[in-house]
Write a protein that binds this ligand. Structure first.
Ligand SMILES: [Zn+2]
Length: 444
């Protein structure tokens, strides 16, 4: 596969501007479904639960009906981007200095494009017929909860998209915490537990606030408390496997696995790399991010209502009760004044790092990168894999990058500024996925 063809496909996907702002009318994924039809030279099965919110499925039949099915799963939507603070147009999708620039370049249109290129080898007959079915599914609405995308398909069209193995995001670059770089592969993700908090008060004149029932005050106290209170620590099996795989010196590894010392580890890391500190903190704590706070209408009116939104992310082993216990503790006496409602409840999910797909991944790195140091990694973000793991499928996120962007900076590009991927990395991810698909079907 020519790198230029890959960079072109990614550029078009970026320029299609499938921006998902959380409203049903955004997204416009139909544009990229059309791009894929042009790329493959044929149309797939299109699902459209809301006008414009399209997902598309393609399939290459396997030779052995009893062999497991493998899906390449990519999302087509991206989060909004403002031109401010970017060195190049976030929707230009052009190559500058060897990088394709734009919103979606790493989350995750790069992987979606690489997957399409791998799939096309099978669809066009260039690669031999696989043992089991190979599916390519490009979905809408990953960035806003997936109700027009993977969730909708899993709930209403499972028979069509059913598979035993899935490759998806997050595709991380190598980590260099010791002299030997390791390749992180996403095997599990934290569970989003989103909550709204609502307070009510009594309106009055802002000139005489004494003894009034101001709805903003308990909510503001709650937000500050949630941001500052130490949140529950969790050392999961997934975290253990990750730390074991890093090959850290014993003393360091022990500290990284000690719930009593992990906060000090995070603090020490922050002095060197805030990106890495955030990652380690998120992988070992229930995280609590108070992100929306609305109250009041005018400078001289005591507010009668207030509303806040908080983003909790639970580790494997934590659940809704971990979240609600923590919330109750922080709210304290304000519990009676604030109504809490769930918006989203998803427990963490993971797949064991074993079996034919895992082995194919390790082999592919060994063959292409010359190292089998693959580390099962927990990701703090939510992906579409949860809908597949819930239905028994094994799912991982994997990619392969050159060294031009290090792991901590890479994490900052997700939903951030100057999102970009080198053309070389795009081609590497394509080669790796191609090798994995071939290796997987050779094993099953
Ligand atoms: Zn993504």
């Amino acid at each position: 596969m020519d790198s230029e063809v890959l960079a072109d496909l990614l550029g078009v996907l970026i320029r299609n501007r499938c921006v998902n702002d959380g409203t049903p009318e955004s997204g416009y994924e139909h544009r990229s479904v059309e791009t894929l039809a042009e790329f493959f030279g044929e149309t797939g099965t299109v699902f459209e639960p809301h006008p414009g919110r399209q997902s598309v499925l393609y399939r290459v039949q396997g030779s052995d009906p009893s062999a497991p099915r493998l899906m390449l799963l990519g999302h087509l939507d991206v989060v909004p981007a403002d031109r401010t603070g970017w060195d190049h147009d976030p929707f230009g999708g052009r190559v500058h200095d060897g990088f394709v620039w734009g919103r979606g370049a790493v989350d995750m249109l790069n992987v979606t494009a690489a997957m399409a290129a791998v799939f096309n080898r099978y669809l066009s007959g260039e690669a031999p017929q696989p043992a089991g079915d190979l599916l390519f599914l490009a979905v809408a609405d990953e960035e806003a909860g997936a109700k027009f995308g993977a969730q909708f398909l899993a709930e209403h069209h499972w028979a069509e998209i059913a598979c035993e193995y899935v490759l998806n995001e997050v595709a991380y670059p190598a980590m260099r915490l010791t002299d030997t770089p390791v390749f992180p592969v996403n095997v599990g993700e934290k569970g989003p537990f989103w909550r709204t908090l609502e307070s009510t008060g009594t309106p009055g004149h802002g000139s005489q606030p004494y003894g009034t029932d101001n709805a903003l005050v308990p909510l503001a106290r709650a937000m500050a408390g949630l941001a500052e209170a130490p949140a529950p620590v969790g050392i999961s099996d997934e975290w253990r496997e990750f730390v074991d795989g890093l090959g850290l010196p014993d003393e360091k590894a022990t500290a990284w696995l000690d719930p009593e010392r992990i906060d000090q580890v995070v603090e020490d890391l922050a002095a060197e790399s805030m990106g890495l500190a955030r990652f380690v903190h998120a992988c070992t704590h229930l995280t609590v991010s108070p992100n929306v706070l609305q109250s009041g209408v005018k400078s001289n009116v005591i507010p009668e209502g207030g509303r806040a939104e908080v983003d909790f992310r639970a580790l494997p082993g934590q659940d809704g009760s971990t979240v609600d216990d923590h919330l109750a503790k922080v709210l304290g006496a304000d519990r009676d004044r604030i109504a809490v409602a769930p918006v989203m409840d998803h427990e963490a999910s993971s797949s064991a790092p074993s079996g034919p797909l895992w082995e194919a991944i390790v082999d592919a790195f060994g063959r292409l990168a010359g190292s089998r140091r693959v580390v099962p990694t927990l990701t703090p973000v939510t992906t579409d894999l949860r809908f597949f793991r819930e239905r028994g499928a094994v799912g991982y996120g994997v990619g392969w990058y050159d060294d031009r962007i290090e792991f901590p900076e890479f994490l900052g590009m997700f939903h951030g500024r100057n999102e970009r991927v080198s053309v070389e990395s795009l081609h590497r991810t394509y080669s790796l996925l191609d090798e994995i698909v071939e290796g997987f079907f050779a094993r099953v």
